[in-house]
Unconditional design. Sequence first.
Lengths: 210, 278
Amino acid sequence: MELDQAVIVIGPPKHGKTTIGRELVKAHLEKYPTGIALVHDTNRQFTDLCRWTGSVAACRANVTAARREKKPIARGWAFGGESTPVSELAAELGQLHNRADDVRVPILLVYDETSMMESSGSTHIAQIDLRINANRRHWGIAPVYNLQRPTALTEAFYTMSTDVYVFAQPSERRTRVLEEYLGLADGRLARLVGAGKYTHAHWRQGEGLV
Amino acid sequence: MVSRGLSPSPAAARKRRQRDRDRGADLVAESLERLGVKLPEHVAPLRSPGANENARASSPAPAAANDNLPLHETKPIAGNGPDAYTGPAELPPRSEGGHPTPLVPETQQTIGPDGEPVPNAKAPITPEEAKTFALLVVQYFQFGSSQLFLKHPEFVEGMIAMAGSPDAFNQQFAFFSSFVGQSAEHCAMKYNLRIPYLQEAVVVGAIGIATFGLAGKPSERGKQNLAAMARGPANAKNANPSAAASSAPADAAPAAADTVFNAAGKPERVDPDEGLWR
C-alpha cells in the first residue's frame, strides 16, 4: 500500500471484499511504524486488527487517557456509527501531521461497506470525500472503498482511484460499466461474470489489468 | 390528424441505427472468431461503448479478450489483535527542541452531538484549578473596580449613597467580590475553564519583576533609599519605612534608628528626617 493510493473493491457479498480491506490494513500497519488505520466497520469485521469503538469521541478519549498514562495506543481503529466523523478525523489528522513531502502519519481510511456511508452515493460525491481524495497526497490518506455495485459511487471516484479490485460480477452489464469507467476494451472483464468466489482482477492506474 | 408513430423521433432513429451497427459488429466478430482471426486489441471495440446495452447483454464476449485476463485469488488472513499494532500516543517533534505532537488531539467539546457528555474529551478541571481561576478573576475585578472608582468618583459616590454609608458600601463590595469568586469557580467547573499558560505567565512575570528591580530606573524615593543605604543601614531605615522593614532584622530595636550620640557622647532622640539629613 503506497501513501497516495485510492482503492476501490467491487464484488458481491461473501466473495472476499473485506479480505482485501483486511490485507491492506495489516500490510499498512506492518509497513509503517507510525501509520494508523481508520476503518468504518459497522459489522465488526476488523476487530482482530483494529480496536473497535462506537464513535470518534470514544477513540479520542481512549487516546487521551493513554497519553496521560504514557501508555502505547492502538494504531488500528474500527468505528461503528456514521462514517462522516471518521472521514473528518482522517482529514484532521492528515492536515495536522502530514505534508506532501513529509508524511509522518500515513493514514489508511477504509469504508468496509460503502452502502453504509451517509456522505457520498451513486449520484453525488460529498464535500468531505472530495476533499480527502483531492488532497490525499498532501494529507497522507489512502482511502479504500468496498462496494457491491459498480454504480454505488459516482464515476469521479474511479477517476481518482489508483487501484480497483473487481470480484465476480452477476451480469455482463455490470462489467461493461466497469470497463467504461476504467477505460478497458469491451469484454475485457467478461470472464468475471459468474466467476467463483475469492477470484478477482486487479486494475492499476496507468498499467491496466495486472 | 397526423400520427406521430409513423415518423420516428430523431432519438429513436439514432438508437435504431446504433443497434444495426452493433448487430453488424457482432456478426463481424463472430465471423472472425470462426475463422480463427484475432484482431489487435486497439481495433477490438467495434461497437460504441455503452450503446444498446440490452442487445449486448445476450451476446457472448470476445473470447480473445477474456482469456488473458489475469485473475488473483484472495486468501483469508488472521490478525493478532489490535494490541499487536501499537505506537506512542505522541509523535516526536518535527524539529530539535520542539514539543511532541499528540497523535490524536483532544477535542474541545465536552458535549457530543448526541447531547451526551464526551467521556474524558478534555481533562476535567480540578477544584484547585477552579479556585485559582476564581481568585484571579476576583483580583482582576477588584483592581478594575478600584480604577473605575478613581476615574469616576461620582459612580462610587452614588453607590455609597445607595448603601447608606461608606462602611456599608465596603461591606457590600466585599460581599459582591466573594460572589464574583463563587460564580467564577462555578463557571470554571461547568465549562472546564482554565487560564491558558498560567504557569508560563507566572514565570515570565517573576522574571520581569526581578529584572525591573535590578535594572529599572529608581524613583525619587528609591534614590533616597539607595543613597541612605550607601551611607549606612541605620540611615536607610530612617529613609523609608519599607526599606527599613526589608533590611532590618525582625527583632531589631526600633528606637535605635532614632537615637544618635551628641558631641558629649550622650545619646539623644532626634527627628527621623533630621537623622536622614545627618
